[in-house]
Design a protein around this ligand. Structure first.
Ligand SMILES: [Zn+2]
Length: 104
């Protein structure tokens, strides 16, 4: 991430919209636990709006369904057995059990 939350608060709506998802994710901690410096200048309405927008973007990204892990389909190997992760040998594909016999 090449920016800080305080910097992002100065950006326009469009700029915040265009922050890549990856960078929003990288900033997750900063966005979730953002607290304005109690001794610093108070945030302006615009800055709060920007903060809110960052939070919304983070929520949207977090709400996206994660890609489901695909169950590997057993594949028929040259040795005649099925294996989820066939290994290739000099004589064809092989299941884990036959690998030693096949790789001569
Ligand atoms: Zn086999």
């Amino acid at each position: 991430m090449t920016w800080t939350i305080m910097e992002a608060l100065q950006w326009s709506d469009d700029q915040i919209k265009n922050i890549p998802d990856e960078e929003i994710k990288d900033a997750t901690y900063g966005i979730k636990y953002f607290e304005p410096d109690p001794w610093g200048p108070k945030l302006t309405t615009r800055e709060w709006a920007a903060m809110h927008q960052l939070e919304q973007r983070l929520k949207t990204i977090e709400a996206e369904p994660k890609p489901k892990r695909q169950r590997p389909e057993p594949i028929l190997c040259s040795c005649g057995h099925y294996d989820n992760h066939p290994m290739s040998t000099s004589t064809g594909t092989s299941c884990a059990n036959c690998y030693d016999d096949m790789s001569w």
